[in-house]
Design a protein around this ligand. Structure first.
Ligand SMILES: [Zn+2]
Length: 523
């Protein structure tokens, strides 16, 4: 105002309203183009008066972004709008309707609040909302709630439609499974170009007894790729073997993917998908919905073997993983198990060597039994050499640390158990999945045992924290006789690093830093 009266050449700058436009369109909704929204809002601004100016660099468009799936804070254009607002480049934000902003009341209110906190005026065309008007918040909240309700209704309609479609045996949503394409009538049709590959996977597994890993290696060596163009992994092979679709059956609605906000991510409120298993009555199971790629016999054989292999997968405790690393390339040494008909061999192998071969790292593998017993002996000796006064504080802090670590692990196992139990229930009630029940049961049993060992360890750690160093010490000297879980616990607590270089071993203890000269491991 002042500038205008004095006829300054920047006349009117103070009253000029720098308008930003925010437009959004998701991929699945047509007839609501970004261009249309922008031109409408330009017009809208113009009608407000000459001072309302939409600046070219303040037109923010999120195209192909679903408001239900993508949080406001991870949309690229919205982010840039916020940044522009932060730099005070904007006075007003215009958008066509609250549903363009968010499909969730909480998010809509959140974005409004943030824009207003940056001193911006917010206007919506459809709802005639203007943040500068008194008592306008109630209307905004109402409209946001309506937008959310509409989105929910659409979701319900889509799900019902999909369910009906599935009941008729047609493939619903998403990429069809490898080996099939979706035919004109919506049913899966064998893709001759890929069917042979899928069949060969079942044959190699069920008839020849190859492992998933071996099959994956074989396919990759032949230059085969998955339908998405990636190399085959052990999991990818296993997933094919476990998919009832290849037997001609269709199972739909086994689980629901819900979009939830992740309050723990670095972008608070960022959305993520959460898979929720549905109860059996919600499933749609159609037998013989499409031509099978694999004969029922072969599927059954594969399923039986899957169950057996998984329940028998051995649980070998490698004492030193986590502290052990390669002196040549600094990569961790990982556990490897080789089985022959007669016995099991355990090794520690450099990860680089394991992944990329000898030319990448020349460190050979180390037999696990020898290395472990050597480390335990050395640790016991070392403990005897150190005065108890030096040891006590280290033991105390090790116990506390161990307790923390065990608690985290317990959380992880509990989560996994919950998931497995859901899967097991699903396998109980569905005959298509029945073959998997035994293997899931095996995994549950193993995890429960692992958890029990953890609880023991936790109690021990808790007890040790209050014990006198002398008592702990007495137990440690006999470490080699202790049970595996406890051995591993103390090794991880008392040894900060183990470095293998060729055939020498360097041990670094947490309770004593003096022992850092290479020791000939003789392993
Ligand atoms: Zn290495």
């Amino acid at each position: 105002m002042v500038a205008k009266r004095w006829g300054c050449e920047h006349g009117g700058r103070e009253t000029r309203m720098r308008c930003a436009i925010y437009a959004r369109v998701s991929t699945d909704r047509q007839g609501e183009s970004v261009d249309h929204q922008v031109s409408l809002l330009r017009e809208f601004a113009k009608r407000r008066g000459q001072d309302w100016e939409v600046l070219e660099h303040l037109v923010f468009e999120d195209e192909g972004v679903s408001a239900t799936k993508v949080s406001i804070w991870t949309r690229p254009a919205m982010k840039r709008l916020m940044e522009a607002a932060e730099r005070s480049e904007v006075d007003v934000v215009l958008f066509k309707g609250i549903s363009r902003l968010a499909r969730n009341t909480q998010e809509a209110l959140d974005v409004l609040d943030r824009l207003r906190a940056r001193g911006l005026r917010v206007l919506s065309y459809e709802e005639s909302y203007d943040s500068a008007k008194e008592n306008s918040n109630f209307m905004f909240t109402m409209h946001a709630a309506i937008a959310e309700y509409e989105a929910e209704k659409i979701g319900v309609r889509v799900r019902l439609g999909n369910k009906e479609k599935a009941k008729s045996g047609r493939w619903v949503g998403g990429t069809p499974p490898d080996g099939y394409y979706v035919g004109r009538d919506g049913h899966l049709v064998p893709d001759d170009a890929r069917a042979g590959l899928i069949r060969s996977i079942f044959e190699r597994y069920a008839l020849d007894g190859s492992s998933c890993a071996a099959i994956a290696r074989e396919l990759n060596a032949r230059g085969e790729t998955t339908s998405t163009g990636n190399g085959f992994s052990q999991t990818a092979v296993a997933r094919i073997l476990d998919n009832e679709v290849y037997a001609g059956h269709l199972v739909y609605n086994r689980r629901t993917d819900r979009t939830v906000r992740d309050y723990d991510s670095e972008v608070p409120g960022k959305k993520k998908e959460r898979r929720m298993p549905n109860v059996r009555t919600e499933w749609v199971v159609v037998h013989c919905a499409h031509p099978p790629l694999v004969t029922p016999d072969l599927v059954q054989m594969a399923q039986m073997r899957r169950g057996r292999v998984r329940s028998q997968a051995p649980r070998t405790t490698h004492l030193l993983t986590g502290v052990l690393s390669c002196g040549r390339c600094r990569a961790p040494l990982i556990a490897q198990v080789k089985r022959t008909a007669k016995r099991v061999y355990r090794y520690y192998v450099c990860r680089t060597y394991h992944q990329a071969g000898r030319q990448a790292c020349a460190q050979g593998s180390v037999p696990a039994d020898d290395l472990e017993s050597y480390v335990l002996t050395r640790l016991s000796e070392r403990l005897r050499e150190v005065s108890i006064n030096v040891l006590a504080p280290a033991l105390q802090s090790a116990c506390a640390q161990g307790e923390e670590q065990a608690k985290r692990e317990r959380e992880r196992i509990n989560r996994q158990l919950t998931r497995l139990t859901d899967a097991w229930i699903a396998a109980q009630v569905d005959d298509v999945l029945a073959g998997q029940a035994a293997s899931i049961r095996g995994r549950i049993a193993r995890l429960t045992a692992e958890r029990d060992a953890l609880y023991k360890r936790l109690t021990q750690a808790g007890l040790h924290r209050h014990k006198r160093a002398q008592e702990i010490y007495a137990r440690l000297v006999d470490l080699a006789q202790d049970e595996p879980a406890m051995k591993r616990y103390w090794v991880q607590m008392l040894i900060s690093s183990l470095v293998v270089h060729d055939r020498t071993l360097l041990i670094q203890y947490t309770f004593s830093s003096s022992d850092d000269t290479p020791i000939d491991g003789n392993v």
